[in-house]
Design a protein around this ligand. Structure first.
Ligand code: ATP
Ligand code: MG
Length: 563
């Protein structure tokens, strides 16, 4: 599982870059950008785009800009700008002093719009939004010209200036590029360049009441930043002719747009709009809820930047749509945590276990290995005493022959300690188990003559008197369906939310080394999984998030814990 990946072939974008460099196309420069719209928190799909854009710049000694595409003030906010920066930094990438905003180019974009009007390539249109849609035609029907299309240049200049000056109501006029209403590509049927919108912008305030459309902004921003390879997702493929049309018509530096397939992950969604909906409707606790596929959610859950970068590298870059299985991401997380996470013992659903022949009041310090993958992590001492806790799922009263954990009359080894035998099961009045009465073999500890005696199973434990209490939050998939959008007609994706995606265990018992542990740390609870100390955890009330189970798939974990 920890074998390093074989060296991979160049992906198609790297091939393009290497061909360009050989041909001297951009003087050997590589300039990319990551262009988020600050209207939500970043998710795993953005992580792919970040790794790609920053990664290519790193690999080819180029640079990657961070540019906020902030042309839609109604949905944008400074909170999102801040979270996006924090997330990219956390992933391990740096944009230097190139924190850029499309809104910084509003004056230039306005001047370019005027230039197109003067060239007879743009006009002010007074069709309503609905009429504009009607005039546009469909994939099978050509559009028809707007009655305002052939206005004289002077009139267009005057009207556009007055749009900017705030003389007209929101939505009453647009500026449109004059291209071709019968073009087979709908994006070229006189696309809107500017709309009137009286919304306070998080950076430019009330300075503007007209805002450029994304298509009229993106390519020109790339151009101003002298981007060489403008990498975006496939849905922009049929916007590329428009990207090219603006650069060519304005006769400005012309980057090359290259599209790749967006990342889709099974059992979750990667749409900011829908993730926002889950947050505002209270289906999750916030953008950083550990069930969310957001970078902040994954961070809170305990995923590491290394594992996310490794995942992005592993899934590669392609031109065709696919859905990546969630387990691929989880495996990357496991692989990294296996290397770095210290081991401890923790009991999630405790049952009390008393060793009748162990001296009352005696405490022994057992030596435990901190990380078998990393010798330098050393060892620690774990107190052992007469009363312990073990996990409910490690005991069965009636057990099949192949059950190698503890059963009535059976033997098991306690990790780093003795072999014990279950002699009796004491029940509560309701039939539930109150405690297990056991005996131990004093000769079976490490260093004793009987240390080598073999029993089939080894289980973890915690000394009752020394245990630290904790709350542990177990997460399951956010959606019950691999494809959350697979719904009956009239239903929406929210019907597929998993009602059991969070299970809170409030009476967990952990070994004393974890007393007062600070948030942000991750441990392997031996045999159980990886657990990350939550941001809200306090010394007096520890909270752990299960980052990921051990090798077991979720499904396997569920069947185990249901027994
Ligand atoms: P969403 O649909 O989630 O709102 P978006 O494309 O509108 O996503 P942007 O902020 O515009 O969000 O995205 C910034 C960059 O990240 C863009 O270049 C976009 O193509 C890329 N990106 C967004 N989602 C994914 C994804 N699932 N896989 C790969 N790249 C993505
Ligand atoms: Mg977008």
């Amino acid at each position: 599982m920890t074998e390093p990946d074989a060296p991979r072939k160049l992906n198609f974008i790297e091939q393009i870059i290497e061909q360009d460099n050989e041909a001297g196309k951009w003087d050997g420069r590589v300039q990319t950008r990551f262009p988020p719209e600050p209207n939500g928190y970043l998710h795993i799909g953005h992580a792919k785009s970040i790794c790609l854009n920053f990664g290519l710049a790193e690999k080819y000694n180029g640079r990657c800009n961070l540019r906020f595409d902030d042309t839609n003030p109604a949905k944008e906010d400074q909170e999102y700008v801040d979270s996006i920066k924090a997330d990219i930094r956390w992933l391990g990438f740096d944009w230097g002093d190139r924190e850029l905003f499309a809104s910084d180019y509003f004056d230039q974009l306005y001047a370019w719009a005027v230039q197109l009007i003067q060239a007879g390539q743009a006009y002010v249109c007074e069709l309503t939004a609905e009429q504009t849609r009607e005039y546009r035609g469909t994939l099978t029907e050509p559009g028809k010209n707007s009655p305002f299309r052939d206005r004289p240049v002077e009139e267009n200049l005057d009207l556009f200036q007055r749009m900017k000056a705030g003389e007209f109501a929101d939505g009453s006029r647009t500026l449109r590029a004059k291209i071709e209403m019968t073009h087979p590509n709908l994006n070229l049927r006189d696309p809107v360049m500017y709309r009137i919108l009286r919304v306070v912008h998080h950076r430019t305030g009330e300075q503007w009441c007209i805002y450029p459309m994304y298509d009229f902004t993106h390519g020109q921003s790339d151009s101003l930043e002298r981007v060489t390879h403008s990498i975006c997702t496939l849905e922009f493929e049929n916007h590329r002719p428009l990207y090219d049309w603006y650069c060519d018509s304005l006769d400005i530096y012309h980057p090359q747009q290259i599209e790749f397939a967006r990342l889709n992950l099974s059992f979750t969604i990667t749409s900011k709009r829908k993730l926002l909906e889950l947050v505002t409707s209270g289906h999750v606790r916030g953008w950083d809820d550990p069930r969310m596929p957001t970078i902040s959610g994954m961070r809170r859950r305990g995923y590491t930047p290394e594992s996310i970068r490794q995942f992005c590298e592993r899934i590669g870059v392609a031109k065709f749509h696919s859905v990546i299985d969630m387990t691929v991401l989880e495996n990357s997380v496991r692989e990294h945590l296996n290397q770095v996470a210290p081991r401890v013992m923790g009991v999630l659903r405790p049952i009390k276990l008393v060793i009748d022949n162990y001296p009352e009041g005696q405490v022994e310090e057992m030596v435990a290995v901190n990380n078998p993958e990393d010798e330098s992590a050393g060892t620690r001492q774990v107190p052992f005493s007469r009363v312990l806790y073990i996990d409910q799922e490690d005991f069965r009263e009636e057990a099949p022959r192949k059950y190698f954990r503890l059963k009535r009359g059976g033997e098991v080894r306690l990790r780093y300690a003795y072999i014990i035998k279950c002699e009796d099961v004491i029940k509560n009045e309701d039939g539930s188990i109150r405690e297990l009465r056991c005996s131990y073999d004093p000769d079976s500890k490490s260093g004793m003559p009987g240390a080598g005696r073999k029993v089939k199973g080894t289980i973890h434990w915690v000394s009752a008197e020394h245990a630290v209490d904790a709350e542990v939050r177990l997460y399951d998939r956010l959606f019950v369906k691999e494809n959350p959008y697979d719904v009956a007609e009239g239903e929406d994706y929210k019907v597929n939310l998993n009602p059991a995606s969070l299970e809170t265990l409030s009476a967990c018992k952990l070994e004393p080394a974890l007393a007062g542990v600070g948030s942000g740390r991750t441990f392997q609870f031996e045999r159980v999984g990886y657990f990350h100390v939550d941001a809200d955890s306090r010394a007096e009330h520890l909270i752990f998030n299960r980052t990921v189970s051990l090798r077991d798939s979720w499904a396997k974990f569920e069947t185990r814990s249901k027994k």
